[in-house]
Design a protein around this ligand. Structure first.
Ligand code: IPE
Ligand code: IPE
Ligand code: MG
Length: 238
């Protein structure tokens, strides 16, 4: 990876829709879970590359609220892989100064995985090197519905509800909005990912399957981002 200074502008928050594990496996004549295993392994590599470029927050879409609709063996396999990765890598991630956050719900998630997630959040909460925000059992619509319910339950008056307050009720409270949303494996859709927070994110989609997305692919994405002009509805260069 080239130095951070080589790029004119580094996104503070990069979010990735890690897609294509299944197709990666099929292309090798392997079962889908082999793709998920390779995909899970790849997270570390991309996290390190992001940290060394000066990215402050990396959000990864690991499991959507809609992914429960997959065959139960695949769902179980995905849960097992995440739990394994968390338990095996937590000490190292902590030592590297990674702060782990979770966006999503723990509903329907097994007790042992819920515990592993809570432990990881608690252990790493003061770390400062980079934030790894794991969107797990996450759906943008569910997140917004949940925020609305909690705002009502807190008895907040209609006139007090504004964008700032609303943002504080989302799972991503306290995090900057994503500047760059990358989707691997070629699809051109959001699949319910960060639909509020991504309102002005720059989108970048590439055909590469997630397990093959490496430092070089990240560099290309960051270069594309640096070359974009963000206008936020205003006019050029104002
Ligand atoms: C992304 O890979 C991982 C998850 C959605 C959990 P896919 O499993 O969606 O891979 P494809 O899209 O079938 O290739
Ligand atoms: C999005 O990928 C969810 C994750 C990467 C976790 P999907 O493979 O589930 O999305 P669709 O079904 O192609 O929209
Ligand atoms: Mg997919």
């Amino acid at each position: 990876m080239t130095e951070a200074t080589a790029l004119a502008r580094i996104p503070r928050h990069v979010a990735i829709i890690m897609d294509g594990n299944g197709r990666w496996a099929r292309a090798r004549g392997q079962p889908r879970l082999a793709g998920h295993r390779a995909g899970t392994r790849n997270i570390r590599r991309v996290l390190k590359a992001c940290a060394s470029c000066g990215v402050e927050v990396l959000t990864i879409y690991a499991f959507s609220t809609e992914n429960w609709g997959r065959p139960s063996a695949e769902v179980r396999g995905l849960m097992r892989l995440l739990e394994q990765a968390l338990t095996e890598q937590l000490a190292e991630l902590h030592a590297e100064g990674v702060q782990i956050r979770h966006s999503g719900s723990l509903e329907r998630v097994s007790e042992s995985l819920s515990k592993a997630i809570q432990e990881a959040l608690e252990l790493t909460k003061d770390n400062q090197r980079i934030i790894l925000n794991v969107a797990f059992n996450y759906g943008g619509r569910a997140e917004i519905m949940n925020a609305v319910r909690r705002i009502i339950a807190d008895g907040i008056a209609a006139e007090e509800v504004n964008e700032d307050l609303f943002t504080r009720y989302l799972h991503t409270a306290g995090l900057p909005d994503p500047d760059l949303i990358i989707r691997t494996a070629g699809e051109m859709r959001l699949s319910n990912f960060l639909i509020w927070q991504g309102a002005y994110a720059e989108y970048y989609s590439i055909p590469t399957y997630w397990p093959d997305f490496d430092q070089e692919e990240l560099r290309k994405a960051l270069e594309a981002y640096a070359a974009r002009e963000r206008r936020f509805g205003r006019l050029k260069n104002r």
